[in-house]
Every structure is written in structure tokens, then in C-alpha cells.
Design a protein around this ligand. Structure first.
Ligand code: TRP
Length: 330
């Protein structure tokens, strides 16, 4: 069994992209019996513009969403990053071995810097170092994430090597674990599904709300009329079928699409029905959980305590490896 760590920003409701790309994998690894740490990374969220008035609400809703989607706080440590101060402490120490050049080559940094031009803050630049600290504090070995995090994980491994050669301290090198769908595109069929791009389907939308979005969602560009042969392998709607629709029905849809026998409209209708089936129980659990905010707070508080006990041990070892003075006999 491995140590598993992953994190998600509390930057809005969970959407289908988070769910099929990462969170369903979080639940699977937990079900397989790995030792899992799942963290709501609010310090990371601070690097983008946000409204402090609703941050707390977003954290609580994200916790409810994760639990509704299958994360059981009895079998995984579910907690909030800012409740464990060791995250920022270790991040600082890791920064001292992280090359500026590597950080400036991170595509996520470059994209965000372009998108939030007036606010290119140091936190945005150092974001991947904090992410490495998240993982390494718990000696995470497996990191279930979407494909977009590949480069950040490579950097985390580079930091592990640099830290070893500088201080002789050995963290395990974390490996990414991609879900069945590595990268789900948004409704525009172009960029990855992402809250900030406004191209998502959230986990809590009704069938009608989803239909409004699916109706106009991008499919196979080569297909204009229903009778045109389609190409399921390049169609984002079909990619969604691969998660939500059982294999037999999916094969039938793919065959009919290739022969021009079924149109995008019907294909989307059938996807939406399967989504409703899959998501309804999640939506019910989510609504139930939100009735008891104080229970969610208790769960996160407990998770924070469990996480912190582990984090403090690691930081103690790292401080000693780095030769920092110990005046408290820690
Ligand atoms: N950067 C990740 C994302 O945007 C979130 C994250 C923060 C994370 N810390 C992490 C993911 C540690 C995995 C491990 O999706």
C-alpha cells in the first residue's frame, strides 16, 4: 500500500472535469486501502483573485462535494491546507533549492500570468513549490491528478533530488496517477474543463440545466449533418460517454455515429440521461451534507489534527537535516 496525497482548490463547485479526471480516482485509491491524504488547498487559491467573504463557504462546500463524490473521512484524511502551518514552513525550505528557471518554465504559471495580467504575484510563481511541500510533508508516493499537473509533479521530483543532494534528506519521489480520462475538455471542446474558463458542467446541475449546456456543446467538427460519418475518438461528448455510459451502450453509440445513423443531439440526450443516473445519488448526498455545516467543520478539524501530527514529524526531520537550531528540544 502507498501513501497517497492530492489537493484541490476551493475555487467553486466541483465539476465533471474534476470528478472524472481526479476525484473519482481519489475515491478508488481510498477504496483500494491506500493511506490517503486529501487536502483543500486554500493557500493555493489565494494566488488568484477571490472574495474573502465567500472563501470559508467555498471550503465547506468543497468538503461536502468531495464527501458526496465518495471520499470517506473515516478512511481518508480530509483536511484544509491553511489549518496545517507546516505546509508554508516546508514550502519555504524547499524554495531554497528550487531553481527560478524551472518555475518560470511552468506552463500553468505562464498561462495564469497571461490571464491575470495585473496580478502576477510571487505566490503564483511559487505555487508549484507549495504544491511540492503539500505532497512531501506526508511523504506522498502516488498523486492522483489530471494531466495538467504533470509538469508540477516533475518539478516536485526535481525538488526531491535537489533537497537530497543539498541536505542528504530523502523524500520519496512522488508519481502522478492519472484517471481513466486524463484530460476532459470543456463544453467549448477546446480548453480543459475549468471553472475560470466558464466551460464546465458542475456536479450539482439538474438534467435540464445540463441539457442547456450540452445542447450547444462542441462535438466532432467534421460533422455537419446527421448523415455525415462521425469520429467518436475525437469527440469530447463521446469522451464523457466513456466515463458515464456502460461499455455495451457506448459501443453501440460509437458504431451508429460512425455510420451517420445517430446524430449529436441523440448522443447528447443519452449522455445526459446516464449522467443523471450517475450523479443523482451524489447530488442527494451533497444536499444532505450541507444541512449540517457544523458536522463538516468537525470532520475538517479532525482531519487537520491527523494531518498535522504527520506534518510536524516531517518538518522536525527536515529542520534537523537543514541544520536549523533547536531551542525547544523538538
Ligand atoms: N495544483 C493542483 C490543481 O490545480 C492542486 C494541488 C495543490 C495539488 N497541491 C497539490 C494536487 C498537491 C496534487 C498534490 O489541480
Amino acid at each position: 500500500m502507498s501513501r497517497v496525497f492530492s489537493g484541490i482548490q476551493p475555487s467553486g463547485e466541483l465539476h465533471i472535469g474534476n470528478y472524472v479526471g481526479a476525484v473519482s480516482e481519489w475515491a478508488r485509491l481510498m477504496d483500494e486501502g491506500h493511506e490517503c491524504y486529501y487536502c483543500i488547498v486554500d493557500y493555493h487559491a489565494m494566488t488568484q483573485p477571490y472574495d474573502p467573504e465567500i472563501m470559508e463557504k467555498r471550503v465547506l462546500e468543497m468538503a461536502a462535494g468531495l464527501m458526496a463524490a465518495g471520499i470517506d473521512p473515516e478512511r481518508a484524511v480530509l483536511f484544509v491546507q491553511s489549518q496545517v502551518p507546516e505546509h508554508t514552513e516546508l514550502a519555504w525550505m524547499l524554495m531554497t533549492v528550487t531553481p527560478m528557471g524551472e518555475l518560470s518554465r511552468q506552463t500553468q504559471y505562464k498561462d495564469k500570468a497571461r490571464r491575470q495580467e495585473g496580478n502576477v504575484n510571487v505566490g503564483l510563481f511559487a505555487y508549484p513549490v507549495l504544491q511540492a511541500a503539500d505532497i512531501l510533508l506526508y511523504k506522498g508516493e502516488l498523486v492522483p491528478v489530471g494531466e495538467d499537473q504533470r509538469q508540477h509533479l516533475e518539478l516536485a521530483r526535481e525538488i526531491v533530488r535537489k533537497f537530497r543532494s543539498r541536505f542528504g534528506y530523502e523524500f520519496p519521489e512522488p508519481q502522478p496517477r492519472f484517471g481513466r480520462i486524463k484530460r476532459l475538455k470543456g463544453l467549448d471542446g477546446r480548453d480543459k474543463m475549468s471553472k475560470s474558463l466558464g466551460n464546465t458542467i458542475t456536479l450539482t446541475e439538474t438534467e435540464d440545466q445540463r441539457w442547456e449546456k450540452l445542447r450547444t456543446a462542441f462535438t466532432d467538427p467534421a460533422r455537419v449533418r446527421k448523415s455525415d460519418p462521425g469520429h467518436p475518438e475525437i469527440c469530447n461528448i463521446y469522451t464523457m460517454h466513456t466515463f458515464f455510459t456502460p461499455e455495451e451502450e457506448r459501443e453501440e453509440i460509437a458504431g451508429a455515429c460512425r455510420k451517420g445513423e445517430i446524430g449529436c443531439f441523440e448522443c447528447k440526450k443519452r449522455l445526459n440521461a446516464r449522467m443523471t443516473e450517475h450523479l443523482a445519488p451524489i447530488q442527494d448526498r451533497y444536499a444532505d451534507l450541507l444541512k449540517n455545516i457544523s458536522d463538516i467543520r468537525d470532520i475538517l478539524r479532525q482531519g487537520g489534527k491527523r494531518a498535522r501530527a504527520v506534518a510536524q514529524e516531517t518538518v522536525k526531520e527536515v529542520r534537523s537535516a537543514a541544520g536549523l537550531i533547536d531551542l525547544e528540544g523538538r
